[in-house]
Design a protein around this ligand. Structure first.
Ligand code: HEC
Ligand SMILES: [Cu+2]
Length: 346
């Protein structure tokens, strides 16, 4: 399926120029707009149809023409028609919307990940390379970007109208959204959930750069330490490595390679280890104990900020390649289950 490019460009450019519409600056935007226009068109057709019939009937059956009310028996054909046609239209909207929904909420595997922490009243973006930005976000064109977002206080909602993306940012839980920017330029970021007195000031700017400019920006704005390196420091300073040293004698499982794997828990259920699971495993270890281990891990609730958690998660994610805590032990590289991690299924 393809959207007629020339007509489309004309329509959208005109709407944008007349300030009726945000720019279309992501790959998903034309698809969202197509559905939007379809809904708009169906609504217009409905309004015209109902309005015209209303007018026609009130003329046809006015008092002079029709002094005595006629009793009209029902018509199955008519009933069926006005049931089936709207049903078909609604089903089209549903399927179309569902397809878009799945596309928007399942990021491609090659997406680059950027963390976003929302708090009253600002957006903080953290790039894996360690670049931090406040109320700003730099992304390249032509590459899917996934945002892993969390709130440090109340509910917020992250929205970039020009990309047609928006998602709730929730305290205590990662939510994600992804987009692929198409056009270099700057675009608005909004918080679209009322979150306190200065909610309207919780805004920012996305800067979309060409891949070359983006590389330049990445190099210029690096803070020297990647998130994973910060996480590695935390891992040592918080004493995680005491139990997660990666050795066979360790009291905790070897965390290298755990990201993306399926863990079996003591209650027999299986879980996929993603960002959310890692975060939760650190804050509520007793909620899901890995099979083969004692529930001895202390909770770190209240002892570590969302930023710190992101650093730890990023460190654990990248562990197979930089597990310096136990560099001598390379068993983590192999796929076979090490004795230290009996609960791990690849
Ligand atoms: C007292 C020992 C101990 C300390 C300290 C400890 N852990 Fe654990 N950890 C465990 C044990 C045992 C398990 C497995 C049982 C469970 O899930 O609770 C575990 C499980 C985990 C898991 C779940 C993944 C898996 O393979 O089971 C993660 C992630 C984790 N720990 C990270 C950390 C981090 C990060 C720290 C430091 C902030 C830390 N742990 C500190 C003992 C410890
Ligand atoms: Cu907000």
């Amino acid at each position: 399926m393809h959207i007629s490019p020339v007509l489309w460009q004309f329509l959208v450019k005109w709407l944008h120029a007349s300030a009726l519409f945000p720019a279309e600056a992501s790959t998903i935007a034309p698809w969202m707009d197509a559905l939007y226009f379809f809904l708009l068109a169906m609504t217009v057709v409905g309004v015209i149809l109902v309005g015209a019939l209303l007018l026609a009937f009130s003329l046809m059956y006015r008092k002079e023409k029709n002094p005595v009310a006629t009793h009209i028996e029902g018509s199955t054909l008519l009933e069926a028609t006005w049931t089936i046609i709207p049903l078909a239209i609604f089903l089209v909207c549903f399927v179309w919307g569902a397809l878009l929904y799945f596309r928007i909420y399942s990021p491609p595997v090659n997406a680059m990940n950027i963390y976003v922490v929302g708090k009253q009243w600002m957006w903080k973006a953290e790039h894996p390379g360690g670049q931090h930005e406040i109320n700003a976000l730099h992304v390249p064109t032509g590459k899917p970007v996934q945002l892993t977002m969390i709130s440090q206080d109340v509910f917020h909602s992250f929205s970039i109208p020009d990309f047609r993306v928006k998602r709730e940012v929730i305290p205590g839980r990662y939510s994600t959204v992804w987009f692929e920017a198409t056009t270099p330029g700057t675009y608005h970021i909004f918080c679209t959930q009322y979150c306190g007195t200065q909610h309207s000031g919780m805004i920012g700017e996305v800067t979309v750069l060409t891949p070359d400019d983006y590389d330049k920006w990445t190099k210029e704005s690096t803070s020297g330490m990647s998130l994973a390196q910060n996480g590695e420091r935390l891992f040592a300073s918080m004493g995680c490595n005491a139990c997660h040293s990666g050795t066979a004698a360790a009291r905790g499982p070897n965390l290298a390679g755990v990201y993306g794997s399926k863990l079996t828990l003591t209650n027999g259920s299986q879980v996929l280890v993603n960002d959310a699971y890692l975060r939760d495993a650190i804050l509520n270890p007793s909620q899901h104990v890995t099979a083969g281990f004692a529930p001895i891990m202390p909770t770190y609730q209240g002892q570590i900020s969302e930023d710190g958690l992101i650093d730890l998660v990023e460190f654990i994610k990248t562990m197979p390649n930089n597990y310096r805590v136990q560099q001598t032990l390379v068993t983590s590289q192999s796929d076979q289950t090490t004795p230290a991690a009996p609960g791990m299924v690849k």
